[in-house]
Every structure is written in structure tokens, then in C-alpha cells.
Ligand binder design. Structure first.
Ligand code: SF4
Ligand code: F3S
Length: 104
């Protein structure tokens, strides 16, 4: 499966949802997650993310975020179309400790 990682938080560009063939993205207030049981590992979303927040679960260090994706994919609503982006999305790109401070 592919995993949405920390840099999505508050960037939430949503380009990823437009390309997913199985519509397996779910939307929280500040970020999206991928449903690990629905993702077919096609990889097309990875290069679409301007924040480079999407990684395969074979990548080192994504375990914690995989658990977050798993948990919230069952709680948050499905998203299949890009919504309105926050005006300050680009200011958050690359900021450290976003998970600790702004996850919801
Ligand atoms: Fe969707 Fe493919 Fe990305 Fe998985 S890897 S979330 S199936 S676009
Ligand atoms: Fe997040 Fe990147 Fe999608 S910032 S919403 S994973 S395009």
C-alpha cells in the first residue's frame, strides 16, 4: 500500500484524489489518508503530490503514519474530487513537527 505521510498536514493539496483509480482517499480536517486495504499499489498518486507526502509502505520510517492511515480511513469520509485548497497551504510545505502540533 501507499501511505500519506506527515508533510500532507496543512498542505492538503488534494491532487492525489483526482488520479486514484480506486478512490481510496479519506479526508480529515488537515490531511488525507489512504485506506491500506483498498489501495491497489498502482503508484500513480505518488508523483502527483506537490508536497511529496505519498510514499510506499516499503519506505523506511512510514510505519507510524501507516497506522494513522489505517485508523482514520475507517473514520473519515471518502474524497474523490479536489476541494478548495487552504490559502496558506504552501507556507506549510516542509515544516517540521506538523504531526505533533497539527494533526486532526
Ligand atoms: Fe490510489 Fe494507486 Fe495511490 Fe493506492 S497507489 S492510493 S490505488 S493512486
Ligand atoms: Fe496531501 Fe499531497 Fe494529497 S499534500 S492531499 S497527499 S496531493
Amino acid at each position: 500500500t501507499y501511505v500519506v505521510t506527515e508533510n500532507c498536514i496543512k498542505c492538503k493539496y488534494m491532487d492525489c484524489v483526482e488520479v486514484c483509480p480506486v478512490d481510496c482517499f479519506y479526508e480529515g480536517e488537515n490531511m488525507l489518508v489512504i485506506h491500506p486495504d483498498e489501495c491497489i499499489d498502482c503508484g500513480v498518486c505518488e508523483p502527483e503530490c506537490p508536497a511529496e507526502a505519498i510514499l510506499p509502505d516499503t519506505e523506511d520510517g512510514v510505519e507510524e503514519m501507516l497506522e494513522v492511515n489505517k485508523e482514520f480511513a475507517d473514520k473519515w469520509p471518502n474524497i474523490t474530487q479536489k476541494g478548495e485548497q487552504a490559502p496558506d497551504a504552501e507556507d506549510w510545505d516542509g515544516k517540521a513537527d506538523k504531526f505533533k502540533e497539527h494533526f486532526s
